[in-house]
Design a protein. Sequence first.
Length: 142
Amino acid sequence: MSNNPTKRRVLLVDDDSDFLWQQKVQLEAAGFEVSTAVGETEAKERLAECPPDLAVLDVMMDNPDTGFTLCYYIRKHAPKIPIILVTSIVSETGLDFALASESDRAWIRADALLAKPIRFEQLRREIDRLLPHETAATAEAH
């Protein structure tokens, strides 16, 4: 990823190559700069190379809790990066969790949680909420 101040950078992390490709294409068409990773190790490499403005993480990848582990890692090393967790846990396990309470937010550590399958409009709405559009003057100041 380049350091282009006019484009907001998004890191997508998922072990589903179809999901990565689909979201990457749509985010790039919407004007974002996107990098992808297929697991925890690759995600940490991308974070070190060029920290994103926002991260979108799947929960179940290398391990059933990889997304949570990455949330903790990002919060420790780059606490200002907003995080969106995407997961199919509800449909696959029947477990239901949300970010409704303080205790949920304390252990989940994400800013938003979306259940798969997600529509791009859902993801875009959360990104726009977490990354308000910069004004031209703000972008020039970078």
